[in-house]
Design a protein around this ligand. Sequence first.
Ligand code: PLP
Length: 477
Amino acid sequence: MKLVFERSRPGAHCDILPPCDVPKAELNAPLRAAPPRLPELAEVDISRHYTRLAGEAHGVNDGFYPLGSCTMKYNPRVNEEAAALPGFTGLHPLQPVETVQGALEALCTAEKLLCEITGMDAMSFQPAAGAHGEFAGLLLIKAWHHSRGDTARRKILIPDAAHGTNPASAVMAGYDVVSIPSDETGCVDLAKLREAVGPDTAGLMLTNPNTVGLFDGNILEITRIVHDAGGLCYYDGANLNAVMGIARPGDMGFDVVHLNLHKTFSTPHGCGGPGAGPVGCRQFLAPFLPGDRAVEDGDGFTLEQSTASVGQVKAFYGHFLVVVRALAYLLTLGREGIPEAAQNAVLNANYLMTLLKEDYDMAFTEGVMHEFVMTLEGLKKETGVSAMDIAKGLLDHGIHPPTMYFPLIVHEALMVEPTETESRATLEEAAAVFRGLLKQARTDPEALHRAPERTCVGRLDEVGASRSPRLRYRFDG
Ligand SMILES: *Cc1c(COP(=O)(O)O)cnc(C)c1O
């Protein structure tokens, strides 16, 4: 496919600006030696270019997208309608508060509902992604220890099944990471946790259900062990799809939580952003929350920043229109719909796993929640076909691959998360495709090594793309 620069035709343009009706100002010195080399295209060419590009990507509106841990659920159109209301899109963040009461109310309502779902007392919408929320949450933990004069706590404990962003955020926040092994059931090894805690423990970061899709039944004991050692407990709530409206991190003993509105609360992921990773906490940590927060004030709403705040982690109130989308989702589903969505997410994962477990080896089958992990180690030994080959094979059938080679504690892992928005028919069709690929692995493994063959590009050089990426257009000469 041609790049937008290659489609450029000198002189082509879109006439969208009205004629200039004010005197031209002359600059003393030109700001640039030469005009920028922007592509020159007519509006129709631009429109076709981006439509063609969009058609070559696989989105949740194109087909099944069971990307484990990422919760690629359908994003209802009504969210977009709400976020497109001119009363929201036409605002400036520096407008006087009395002119933006509706927007502040939207933030307050979203905060109230999400606090109710998580069992937290306060929340900031500043963080723009899950990892960003983790970082902000760890700053809260640090600020709290320091406010009490306790600066000896340098370690964050993280189970080995954790999402990669957890240790990365801990290091960014200036902590040393201690990895806690999982036991044979896929959950935290309590004995190892007891050995690891001590006066240097700042806190624990944990996802429950964890990244192998299992709910850790020892969670109350886990958070008690950390609290008894003087640490705080951080809940990675990026993916709350299995438990929203059913079990609350606050009741499990957690002090800080982040959520990914772009996973659980049906806002678009959009190539890594704009997302929203709000960070919530219990009351004693609220003074440390980042940025200004909308609060109720008598009959209306106002903005408040605590003097103990860890500061800004993003401009103003984060990605406000993403919060509006999530609020539309929360209000659409309501108190009954939220837990029902969670139950269906768990049901769908278990149904698809059950359809596949005769044919594919599952890493764990007991207590599986919203996602399940299969291991293709046996298949690879038998046929040479890897998890990667099966994932690429799925693309030829219009299915986005599951998450691959994660979690790290499972070899040749494929992690499948169907989400609640898929129908039974879609799950059964997907199971048939998975089974077909298994058959192909045994009869014609070469074909799977070559897959995908029906997509616009074949197998990409992933190492090259990450080690020496070409991120800008190179003009000739
Ligand atoms: C997706 C995810 C994250 C990171 O979220 P981003 O928005 O991609 O930064 C963190 N933890 C878990 C468990 C996740 O699934």
